[in-house]
Design a binder for this molecule. Structure first.
Ligand SMILES: Cc1ncc(COP(=O)(O)O)c(C=O)c1O
Length: 409
């Protein structure tokens, strides 16, 4: 059955939409950080009120705290199509790649190579590039300067038996084109390399089945995916058990602890179970047939993506028609996320300020995608205006955005 997303139901799950302090404002900076679902907020509040003790101790509050943290990992891992201990929680995606880069630094030999892109947010490129100082060769897979597209043929030319790792985004936070993760991963694997995929800009549009994609490492940030400020990291077992442990030596045998040396933020890890609650609630509201977690995740993913594409295409059509701006990334909604960066005559931040005065919350700047903007000939200091939405956005809000843009431009 193909259901259509019930936006009234969806919006009822987000307290921000009935919050008087936010009334009258349309939110288009979701790629910076989404609203949190009520399930997450309720769990976070309950944790702080009832369970804010050292987890896993012998008393009830500690047992409940530990069980809720375990529940978050178990349920989200199942939706992502991986084993429970292949998912770990760190302070942020930037922190997670930083730790991973230390592990790869110890694992790689001088003369080994890493492929990075100039499409990534700095979090999934800077830490890897720094390994050049350790004798690792860095090869840059470059985007097309006109379209921002990353062509797999360009990767093929960079792969040989010295490449151990290929780092790339599922989709960039300014280009927004969805990269073919499974195909790129197959290419890397055929050449004997593993992949590290930055899913931060993709996951808010539907959690992917990471198991099916085949990625060795898949990263995303819960605070952009209706949750609290955590970085979620899938590391598949074969790689996780091979890379050198970065945690305390006595935690080396616990896969989900090996690459998160920071003490966990207990409350926020537990509250991430609210993301799974939300996905399950969406599934139950829209579908009748019972299904396994990964299948529920896929169904909800498709529902979200279909709704987003319906809303995005008219916006893209309207913007593509204008010759006083440059729309970055693809013009067809189906192949991209609804993260729309515009290079304008006025600086991105100024445009965002003017939209704010009209009740449109948007962002301007370089969004830490400095390399991607520069590679497309956009001065990062001038920046872009970025309009980003997710499935909870309504057709009315898109209409308001289009009217405000007509006024601004
Ligand atoms: C595509 C992308 N990757 C990585 C990051 C970094 O995530 P975090 O803030 O969790 O470190 C961001 C944050 O904006 C992002 O947009």
């Amino acid at each position: 059955m193909t259901a259509e997303l019930d936006t009234d139901f969806v919006r009822a799950q987000f307290p921000a939409f009935s919050e008087p302090a936010l009334a009258g404002q349309a939110f288009f900076e979701n790629a910076g950080g989404s609203y949190a679902s009520g399930f997450v907020i309720d769990r976070l509040t309950r944790f702080y009120r009832e369970r804010k003790v050292q987890p896993y101790g012998p008393y009830a509050a500690a047992q409940l705290a530990g069980a809720e943290m375990d529940e978050a990992r178990r349920r989200l891992a199942a939706i992502l199509g991986v084993e429970t201990d292949e998912l770990s929680f760190g302070p942020s995606t930037t922190q997670n790649t930083y730790v991973l880069a230390q592990a790869f630094r110890q694992w790689m030999a001088p003369g080994d190579a890493i492929v990075v892109t100039d499409q990534d947010h700095e979090a999934n490129t800077g830490p890897w590039r720094r390994l050049a100082g350790e004798g690792v060769e860095i090869r840059e897979w470059k985007i097309d300067p006109r379209t921002g597209h990353l062509d797999p043929a360009g990767l093929a030319a960079l792969l040989d038996d010295r490449v151990r790792l290929v780092c790339f985004p599922h989709c960039s936070n300014v280009v927004a084109e969805i990269n073919p993760v499974a195909e790129i991963t197959r290419m890397a694997h055929d050449a004997g390399a593993v992949v590290c995929v930055d899913g931060v800009s993709y996951a808010p549009h539907g959690l992917p089945d990471v198991g099916a994609l085949g990625a060795d490492i898949y990263l995303f940030s819960a605070y952009k995916t209706y949750g609290p400020h955590q970085g979620l990291m899938v590391i598949r077992r074969a790689l996780g058990e091979t890379l050198p442990n970065q945690a305390h030596f006595f935690n080396a045998d616990t896969l989900y602890k090996r690459f998160t040396p920071a003490g966990p933020d207990h409350a926020q890890v537990a509250a991430c179970a609210g993301i799974a609650d939300y996905i399950d609630a969406l599934y139950d509201h829209h579908f009748d047939a019972p299904a396994e977690p990964a299948a529920r995740g896929r169904a909800v993913h498709d529902l979200m993506r279909a709704h987003e594409a319906r809303l995005l295409q008219p916006l893209l059509d309207r913007l593509a028609d204008r010759n006083d701006l440059r729309l970055l990334g693809p013009r067809q909604a189906a192949g991209r996320a609804p993260t729309v960066a515009l290079a304008l005559d006025m600086p991105g931040e100024m445009a965002a300020e003017r939209l704010a005065a009209q009740g449109i919350m948007a962002g301007g700047g370089d969004f830490y995608a400095v390399r991607a903007l520069a590679a497309q000939g956009v001065d990062p200091d001038h920046g872009v205006l970025r309009l980003s939405f997710v499935h909870y956005t309504s057709a009315d809000e898109i209409a308001r955005l289009i009217a405000a843009l007509d006024d601004l431009l």
